[in-house]
Design a protein around this ligand. Structure first.
Ligand code: PEP
Ligand code: MG
Length: 565
């Protein structure tokens, strides 16, 4: 019998749930009793076959995935399973005399080290690579593949970490919640869980004891605040249900345009990555898209997409939104999002290297193709309210270069993202040259706090409540006020209902976020007037720490806000 305990982690997908814990099967690991390879050729063939089988089963799951994003993640993992470099690495280990499971284990380790060195998105693929390794080893050993058990009733999944390939195929009807010991707030797992609407908490301290425990354990989870109750009492479960009910009630009354209680307008927009995302978001009560991450369309492409193909995709997105605003971001490739057709070679520090607009300057042909496709799509859908912006801008020269180019293609509204302290403190000068700015708080936090956004252990520094980050937002909004130009936020911070109040108080004029967050942010705004938002902004920016900033704002907030978090 397990004792009741309350564990804490980072909430990454709001909602509450309870149910029996379903522990994700740990990997079998290397067969320590396996004899060394005496026929590396034959063993190599066997490993190749097994890797092919793993790839085929991943592709099969991609076919049944419940969204385009999930299918793309699975396809990408399948491609990695039959990667030539990996297969060569296994052959090398077999030649050295390792048995098949040891060979695949060691070869993957060598490959993973290379990916880690590349950093960013490539480093994130290491989780996928380990997933492939564990599945292949299980097949070689003839034991059950690790991963999510077959569920016969609704359960809460518990894992060290979940591979994106696992998360992508979860059935929300059977998986009531996800609790992991590892993982980061911007990991694939977190993004996919939110997309599937499954309450989830990552980095839950103390959950590892449960992973090792035998027998059935009940769990209750609040994925909004990141709380997990082990062996909850009936009162706990009732309290969580009540929280859910209050949340639904708080959300129920809010629809339509975003505005504070006293009518200060704030456009509420959706972040999208594909035409399917656009269609889904456009069907919701949302005022348009404030960030179309176009690089998400091409992450798995070997060759640059043609102008015709891009035109068709952009036109489809514009059509979905009718006359509503669509802010398209030009390719933000490099660092955590490398595109093979736009690879400028390895860099020691990719996040500080030629990424975003810098990459577009090195590969002007790619930007030209994209701007020309955007202009063509606008001709096909002339009623669209098309805005175009560049990522990772730091100087006036870069801004001028991009604005001249975009305007030469006849694009009606041209802007820049503010993702670096340099752009924030010089916003007035940048905005003088363009029509709008949009703050990417994910990167702005990374660069202000000098903390790699992919590193889960640095979550405390990457927290957008850090007063230093808020000062950067303030500086950008001052630039907006001085030039009379709108300043939006399109990083994850905009989807936090409490922080959204602060951002609006700092002077942000639109908020773009995961579509599932819009309801809570709208309800939060409706419950506060603009003067309160401004007061919150002052308190938060003046606070000595991120925790103090959040506490000060929560103290000023309407009690309804606690139900929206
Ligand atoms: C950001 O950095 O906040 C942003 C919106 O861009 P991305 O997350 O795609 O880097
Ligand atoms: Mg960014």
């Amino acid at each position: 019998m397990t004792d009741r305990s309350v564990l804490h982690g980072i909430g990454v997908s709001a909602g509450t749930a309870s149910g029996p814990a379903a522990v994700v099967t740990p990997p079998a690991g290397v067969d320590e009793a396996e004899p060394p390879s005496v026929d590396p050729e034959a063993d190599g063939q066997r490993v190749r076959e097994v890797l092919e089988q793993v790839a085929a089963s991943l592709r099969e799951r991609a076919r049944h995935a419940n969204s385009e994003t999930s299918a793309a993640v699975l396809e990408a993992t399948a491609a990695l399973a039959t990667d030539r470099g990996l297969i060569k690495g296994v052959a090398k280990e077999l030649q050295k005399g390792s048995g098949p499971t040891r060979a695949i284990f060691d070869a993957v380790e060598v490959y993973a080290a290379k990916l880690r060195k590349l950093g960013g998105y490539m480093a994130e693929r290491v989780t996928d690579l380990y997933d492939i390794r564990d599945r292949a080893i299980a097949r070689l050993r003839g034991v059950a593949e690790p991963g999510v058990p077959a569920l016969s009733r609704p359960s809460v999944l518990v894992a060290h970490d979940l591979a994106p390939a696992e998360t992508a195929t979860l059935d929300p009807a059977l998986v009531r919640g996800i609790v992991t010991a590892g993982g980061g707030a911007t990991s694939h797992t977190a993004i996919l869980a939110a997309q599937l609407g499954i309450p989830a908490a990552v980095q839950v301290k103390g959950i590892h004891t449960l992973l090792a425990s035998e027998g059935e354990v009940e769990l209750a989870i609040d994925g909004g605040v990141g709380e997990v109750i082990v062996a909850p009492t009936p009162e706990d479960v009732a309290e969580l249900k009540e929280r859910s009910r209050r949340r639904a009630a708080a959300l129920a009354g809010s629809s339509g345009e975003g505005a504070t209680r006293d009518g200060h307008r704030v456009k509420l927009l959706a972040n999208i990555g594909t035409a399917a995302d656009a269609a889904q978001a456009a069907a919701a009560d949302i005022e348009g898209s404030g960030l179309f991450r176009t690089e998400f369309l091409f992450l798995d492409r070997e060759a640059a997409p043609s102008v015709e193909e891009q035109t068709a995709t952009y036109a489809e997105v514009l059509r979905s939104f009718g006359t509503r605003r669509v802010v398209v971001r030009t390719l933000d490739a490099g660092a955590d999002k490398p595109l093979s057709f736009a690879d400028l070679g390895p860099e020691d520090n990719p996040a500080l290297g030629r990424r975003g607009l810098r990459l577009s300057q090195a590969r002007e042909d790619l930007l030209d193709a994209q701007l020309s496709a955007l202009a063509a799509s606008h001709k096909l859908v002339p009623e669209a309210d098309l805005w175009v912006m560049a990522p990772m801008v730091t100087t006036v020269e870069e801004t001028q270069w991009f604005a001249d180019k975009a305007r030469a293609y006849g694009l009606p509204r041209v802007g820049v993202m503010v993702e670096t302290p340099a752009a924030a403190v010089r916003a007035k000068h940048l905005l003088a040259l363009v029509d709008f700015a949009s703050i990417g708080t994910n990167d702005l936090s990374q660069y202000t706090m000098a903390a790699d956004r992919m590193q889960g252990e640095l979550a405390h520094l990457l927290n957008p409540w850090q007063p230093a980050v808020l000062s950067m937002v303030r500086a950008t909004c001052r630039g907006g006020e001085a030039t009379g130009k709108p300043v939006g936020v399109c990083g994850e911070a905009g989807g936090d209902p409490l922080l959204a109040l602060v951002l609006v108080g700092l002077g942000v004029t639109s908020l773009s976020m995961a579509p599932s967050r819009v309801g809570a942010v709208r309800a939060a705004l409706r419950s506060h007037d603009i003067d309160t938002c401004r007061q919150m902004a002052n308190f938060a920016e003046d606070a000595p720490t991120a925790a103090d900033a959040r506490a000060a704002v929560l103290a000023l907030a309407d009690p309804v806000l606690r139900d929206l978090l």
